[in-house]
Ligand binder design. Sequence first.
Ligand code: ADP
Length: 499
Amino acid sequence: MPGERLQVTNPATGELVGEVPRATPGDVAPAFARARAAQPAWAAVPWPARAAVVRRFHDLLLERRDEALDTIQQETGKTRRDAFAELTAVASTARHYVAHGRAYLRERRRQAAMPLVTTARVSHLPLGVVVCITPWNYPLLLAIGDALPALLAGNAVVVKPAEATPLSAELAARWLLEAGLPMGVLQLLHGPGAELGPALVAAADAVAFTGSVVTGRRVAAGAAERLVPCSLELGGKNPMIVLSGAPLEEAVGGLLVGAFHNSGQTCIGIERVYVERPIFERFVERAVERTRAMRVGWSLGWDMDMGSLIGSAHADKVLAHVADAVAKGARVLAGGERRADLGPAFVAPTLLGDVNDEMAVCAEETFGPVAALYPVADAEEAVRRANDSPYGLNAALWAGDGARSLALARRIQTGSVGLNSTLLVYDSLAVPMGGMKASGLGRRHGREGILRFTRAQSIVSSVATAGGWEGLLTGLTSARAARRLARLLHLRRRLPGLR
Ligand code: ADP
């Protein structure tokens, strides 16, 4: 219904914290008309001026961080620290692409077909209107983080944030306007994905999707139907490996960050932990102690270690994984229960032992503050079990030995591996981040993360038709001439500067 509003509640308190206009599929065509009208002029803005907009946005975000942190916290129920990590990741994305985007996008000369008489160059042109469809776990980062490189590449962008968390994206869009982004270049449409998503995919020139595997497949099918590029960052069941030589206390700290940051609602978060047997008992003991000591709750201060989940229905799903595991013989080492005393959607940080593959929590993504700990005989078993998953997003490895770590990391089938770290890849803006197997398609960050929003155009040139390569080929009239040309090709293969 036109004029309808989408109400936003704080999942930590149940309070109403804001509302936004709710779009319908009928709003998609006018939004695209505005985007298509605005995009060519935006693409024609010289790089320094385009980058200046994003640089100003970066500065605004850091200066007004308290307002941004309040908004992120209020619509997600997360802690201030988690919100701050989110905000800094957006600022880093902006900084990275302002600093390096021009070099990534620059037209480059490449090797020509025939030296001297031909040239070749490739340029990266904007696609047009890029659609970003994003989830609720990082409402500022995921809604805006992909939009920034898409915008810098000269595209217009339409974002559909998750319906539960539209406010952070609204704030960012307002600040981008204030930073000088022309009207119509970035638009937000709010509403249920099942309604708006298909209409958006049907109009997009490219789609960047972050969310579940099931929806990701739908989006990819829609994009395939229209032959437009899509990148998908989907789920994970990310493993962590801890070997005997590792500094134990640091590895336990890594687990706490990896499993409980953002209440475990992080696609690259840790849900499976394989620990070498000689240190298993000690690792469990320290992990349990430190997990139990975590301060769980919600406030706008900096005093909490872990906040709420996104809603009580999601908390039910997370606890169903725990209950199913316990019913089949798993041991709750820490947590394992709902914290109804704190609010409608709190789950205690949970560690499980004796998990086996009969249990849903073993292989399915939980997307909550739940990690299962498994003893393993050695590094070989750890790598084998880490790879035994339909997912392949991120992994963490504590081996206590740099060379061995690198060699093991190369055998793990995930899009990223953190050595002595769990979530570091997300802040490593120069390297591509994304999934293998069912965890996705395409990469964000680095060169790959901006070139995915462009189409390559190659311009090749010949001094003259008659004098160039084509002239050489069309001029072939005898076996002898062909033999001579073949000889030249043989020669070329051996010439370092020309092959
Ligand atoms: P989650 O379980 O994290 O909500 P989803 O994949 O359902 O994961 O949601 C991620 C985003 O995809 C949200 O913005 C949601 O509204 C949107 N979405 C849901 N269904 C569809 C669909 N059929 N087509 C496109 N987007 C969708």
